[in-house]
Design a protein around this ligand. Sequence first.
Ligand code: DHE
Length: 515
Amino acid sequence: MKASLIAAALLLAAPAFAAEDAPRLYAEHCAACHGADRLGAIGPALLPENLGRLRKAEAETVIANGRAATQMPGHADKLNPGQIKALADYVFTPLPAVPRWGMEEIKASRVLSVNPDLLPAKPQWNTDPLNLFTVVETGDHHVTILDGDSFKPLARFQSRFALHGGAKYSPDGRFVYLASRDGWITKYDLYTLQIVAEIRAGVNTRNVAVSHDGRFLMVGNMLPHTLVALDARDLAPLQVIPVVGDAGATSRVSAVYTAPPRSSFVVALKDIQEVWEIPYADDAGPVMNGFVHSYEKGHEEGISPGGRFQALRIRIPDHLDDFFFDRTYERVMGASRDGTKGLVVDLDIKRKVAEIDLPGMPHLGSGIIFKKDGRDYMATPHLKEAVISVIDMETWKTVKRIPTLGPGFFMRSHENTSYAWIDVSMGKEKDAIQVIDLNTLEIVRTLRPAPGRTTAHAEFDRSGKHVLISVMEAEGELIVFDAESFEVVTRMPMKRPVGKYNVFNKITFSSGTSH
Ligand code: DHE
């Protein structure tokens, strides 16, 4: 047979995956995590406007091999190259209409369960209100409120689907705010153990920040490309801020955090090379030479020049997937997940002031600050490298790379300990927790409290005497360690407990934990 005939025969024999197969393949392999409507659920929204920096060829590689440091598995064993290509084409095809999620829709979604003005002034239980932990159990989408003295639960309630990111507290530690990947923000009262209000601020949400004065929440969305300001009292929406750069390019939000001494929210963006600062103090004064994009209360569409919250935009030479403040909150260390260099942006000088050697997907949001010989150092895990980087916060030089048993997600310490606890859950030795002596910068202990099971995310109690660790499995557990002897104190069964957040450590902005 001639070569051309063989080719034709092979072509006929190969299964044809026409575009119409893609919706079926999507429903079968993708919808459970990314939503039947492609608008995101546990996984992000899969729309051309949300795939950002990803190219179609890279999308095919991700579908085939999975994505490091996420819950995205590889599909090469289930799908052939034709099917993978059909799926990549499909997710790059625009939806006939992306649902609008503006002020009107946000407002209509709000559920106010309790009048915040009628809540009793004191806790309805008798334990240390500042040593509570909020524990997020994604196994069955519940939250446990745990007494950090007795390690007994005070309450357990159903949460929204797939909470992600740290629980955030009001400055007095009374209220906890939770964000779900599908846009819901929940306000929960720890004194009376009940939900106060809920609102859907986005279709696909990144995270939420609480102003240090307790008045405002700022929600960062992946879809639509907006920031949404809420009244912390009752979650009433105050303003929708479109995330728009030069020439009308819009962006997903990478993260929004509060900067207490600046009375502002600081925002990193996935698709635009800018950092935004949004002041919230009443006397914030005029916004300097930044561009103002705001969406005033009552405005339905477009960009208005006014609005309570205005964004000052700082141009930078990279996209930031996450960032970390120095102790003064004047400088932001940021990094793109696929880059090799981190950068330092000075929020006062309003430009990049240094570069940091940071390959291997640093997970900056999980970093800690600690003092050694009177100097501030920052330490961060990497999602793709078996190492903890230690960075001098004056020179911005990487002074040490501590080899670990594998890449990891989280790192924690506390003012009353000289140890930092890390997980190595992104590598093969998922069950190991390692302890670093911050004086010698050496690993001094490797613990395997649940052999063979994924173990991650440490958080200290208020005193720094105990460390809580998660066995992140469907039938998982929370394990409490003595922070000095490394002995197990107690264990509690939980349903995939992902994160736990101590009230005191969060509201005092402990340098050993995230804020
Ligand atoms: Fe997270 C916090 C980004 C995947 C569990 N994660 C955060 C924050 C960001 C972030 C920006 C800080 C938000 C905050 O607290 O305000 N996470 C990302 C990603 O980009 C990444 C790699 C991919 C993605 O899916 O978006 C990712 N994260 C995961 C997971 O797969 C984890 C392990 C399990 C899950 O349920 O999603 C996970 N992320 C967490 C946790 C925190 C978090 C537990 C809060 C840590 C803390 O102590 O504050």
